[in-house]
Design a protein around this ligand. Structure first.
Ligand SMILES: Cc1cc2nc3c(=O)[nH]c(=O)nc-3n(C[C@H](O)[C@H](O)[C@H](O)COP(=O)(O)OP(=O)(O)OC[C@H]3O[C@@H](n4cnc5c(N)ncnc54)[C@H](O)[C@@H]3O)c2cc1C
Length: 668
């Protein structure tokens, strides 16, 4: 559809506000009224625009030229002689055309307006609504099917008082046949082009409460400017994982925010906090336990879950050559055979690396735990989960791990097991529904300001004139503020006009994906334990968890259900294996760790792949992220979430950051 904007008027009633400008160029909130129109049209896919210009035509032409800067194509009809409001329309091609008066401000869903016009098979559709000044507006009378049956002109002194408040707003759709033909003579749009068609029953009124205001007087102009300036901010959030959803939750109550659009590529929100069904049981993408050192955030998270939670005590083990070693490894050394135990203790007590600085993860492990524990467990396990050699990884993941006192290591070797990492010794979990219950608890509390657009994969992000334009699926979204919770290396790929160095840093960021395999077995050999770490490189998974541990709703009588986790890089060989080949490897792993003895013990199996599970803190991560963060900060893009920031954040860190960010944005 084409749009024609009648921009030739002189604006006699308000001309004195800006004597050097034609009325359609009067600035509203920092940009010409006509530019608001053109941007709104472009955003809603109308790119063929005709401007009818007359008074101070050059000012308009010089600003918009051929429209390419605004993403549209503009042609001009210049009225050398004033042709009234409708005369110039004779120059338009005979096609359906949206006609706008140049002194009317609008913020409407144009597509809906066009749909109405088509459904009614109208010759002309008028945008109509109740307004604040019906006494000096043209009033429409309609029948039950929205057909206009009478037009009560504001100039008709006899029209009476008992009229509906349904004013003609100044936006029209003309079908090609309803446009004037012949000579371009002076015509009045309403009088000469619309009124004669009303008796034919082909003029309809589209009655909508959306924002359309005429600015014909200085008072009305001031009112529109105030409305536009005080209109709340429209926020676009990329990614509907926990970061996007929790941020929307914290932002929605802020009065300065008008709308929040969350764009999510999957067909449901939640990201890594989604859950899925296996053999009638709800399971997560790796069991998501609720714990935190940040008590305030943890309380908030648990309060959100309401009654749907219970507390459990961790019972995690390290599977090492058939024995169950209590987690963490260094706290249960007595379970090792004599040779391994004495190696671990000896290397810990007489550690030649203790006084060296630790510049990478391997050095840190050697310095803190000694060669025995490192070679037996820490190195093989970390290589397995990261698919990256710890010698090439940064220390930021591990640098806060304290060196255990000598005494603790000696006690552990002597058979006294000590609980470590006590902040996660007790954890909470939803009684039903898995981690997705947490996401649902947020979603249930979102108000009408927030829209979650699922199946909307973001494909481009562009900043123009302080607004954000985001393409996702087949739609384009415009916002005043942009928050990205999608992986930042995806953002650097789709960000229009990105600086070369930022693109390079994004390209060099590394991450792991994850495969979750679920197996329900008829014999439970895991005991009353939850998760087991498996460092053995011959077993495909690095962790196996018995989901029955999480409560009665995650258990089926006479069975145990195991969740196995296997990380892979995009370019890794195993990623290319088929699901059947992988299934074989997972079941082989169950045999190797002794959890399955016969094939027919496995009653059900599910395998799922999920991209972006773990950030790899390789040696360049810090520098890459520093550059990227500073770049997007300068651009005014907010980064949020685990992969939005490319940090190893758990749910508590994501929620805490969302809350902090919501306050920051609100202050803007
Ligand atoms: C195996 C595993 C176990 C975990 N266990 C725990 C635990 O026990 N406890 C805990 O607290 N935390 C745990 N976590 C961490 C927790 O999952 C994360 O902290 C949290 O889910 C991160 O949320 P997010 O929104 O930042 O990221 P994500 O969940 O990754 O969300 C990003 C969203 O962006 C979407 N997206 C990506 N690209 C596009 C695009 N182009 N267009 C539109 N949308 C896009 C994705 O589909 C996704 O929904 C675990 C994580 C993993 C991987």
């Amino acid at each position: 559809m084409r749009a024609a904007i009648l921009a030739g008027g002189k604006g006699t009633r308000i001309g004195e506000i800006y004597p050097d400008l034609p009325k359609p160029m009067f600035p509203i909130a920092g940009k010409p009224l006509l530019q608001h129109h053109i941007e709104a049209l472009a955003l809603q896919g109308i790119t063929q625009i005709t401007l009818t210009v007359g008074y101070k035509a050059d000012v308009i032409r010089n600003h918009f030229e051929d429209g390419s800067t605004f993403g549209v194509h503009i042609d001009y009809i210049v009225e050398n002689e004033p042709l009234g409001t409708g005369g110039a329309l004779a120059f338009l091609p005979r096609e359906d055309t949206l006609i706008l008066l140049g002194d009317v401000y609008f913020d409407i869903d144009i597509e809906k307006f066009i749909r109405f016009h088509k459904e009614k098979q109208a010759a002309i559709t008028l945008f109509a609504h109740p307004n604040s000044h019906p006494q000096d507006s043209d009033i429409l009378v309609t029948d039950a099917e929205d057909r206009v049956t009478a037009w009560k002109s504001k100039n008709d002194k006899q029209r009476g008082d008992n009229l509906p408040n349904l004013a003609n707003a100044g936006l029209y759709i003309f079908s090609g046949d309803a446009l004037p033909i012949g000579e371009a003579v002076k015509r009045d749009l309403d009088h000469d082009l619309i009124l004669p068609v009303i008796p034919e029953g082909k003029v309809f009124a589209y009655n909508s409460p959306e924002y359309v205001k005429d600015m014909g007087t200085p008072e009305r102009f001031a009112a529109v400017e105030k409305d536009v300036q005080s209109r709340g901010k429209r926020i676009i959030i990329l990614g509907g994982g926990l970061a996007g959803i929790s941020l929307a939750y914290f932002l929605q109550e802020k009065s300065s925010i008008a709308s929040i659009d969350i764009l999510e590529k999957e067909n449901e929100p939640g990201g890594l906090c989604r859950s899925f069904q296996h053999n009638g049981i709800t399971v997560d993408i790796g069991p998501h336990i609720f714990f935190s050192k940040d008590k305030e955030t943890l309380n908030f998270m648990l309060t959100l879950l309401g009654d749907n939670k219970h507390e459990l005590r961790r019972s995690n083990r390290i599977l090492h050559k058939g024995s169950f070693i209590q987690y963490p490894f260094e706290n249960d050394l007595s379970k090792l055979n004599d040779e391994e135990r004495s190696k671990c203790v000896d290397a810990f007590l007489h550690n030649p690396y203790r006084d060296y600085p630790a510049d990478n993860m391997l050095q840190f492990f050697l310095k803190t735990f000694g060669e025995g524990i490192v070679n037996l467990y820490l190195c093989p396990y970390n290589e397995k989960i990261w698919k990256f050699n710890p010698a090439y990884m940064d220390t930021q993941m591990v640098e806060r791990i304290p060196r255990p006192p000598d005494e603790d290591i000696l006690r552990s070797a002597a058979g006294e097991t000590i609980d470590g990492y006590t902040h996660q010794l007790y954890f909470s979990y939803p009684k039903i529904g898995g981690t997705a219950a947490f996401i649902n608890a947020f979603v249930d509390k979102l108000n009408e300001k927030v829209k979650i657009h699922t199946s909307h994969k973001v494909s481009s992000v562009q900043k123009s004139n302080n607004s954000w334009y985001v393409k996702a699926a087949n739609a384009e979204f415009k916002g005043d503020l942009l928050v990205s919770c999608i992986p930042v290396n995806v953002l650097t790929e789709i960000y229009s006009g990105i600086d070369e160095q930022a693109a390079k840093c994004g390209h060099n960021l590394r991450h792991n994906n994850i495969i979750i395999a679920m197996a329900t077995v008829s014999v439970d050999r895991a005991g009353d334990n939850f998760a087991f770490m498996v460092a053995d490189p011959d077993v495909i998974f690095h962790r196996i968890s018995k989901v029955d541990f999480l409560g009665e709703n995650y258990h089926k009588d006479g069975t145990a259900s195991y969740m196995m986790e296997y990380t892979y890089r995009d370019e890794g060989k195993k990623a290319a294996l088929s699901d059947e080949e992988l299934q074989e490897k997972f079941i082989d792993g169950l045999f190797k760790i002794g959890f399955v003895h016969k094939k027919n013990e496995v009653q059900a199996f599910t395998l799922k792949r999920f991209p972006y599970a773990y950030v790899i803190y390789d040696l360049q991560h810090r520098e890459n992220m520093k550059y990227i963060r500073e770049y997007f900060n300068r651009q005014g893009v907010y980064l949020n979430g685990r992969f939005g920031n490319f940090e190893y954040w758990n749910m508590d860190a994501v929620v805490a950051e969302s809350r902090k960010m919501a306050d920051g944005i609100w202050m803007k």
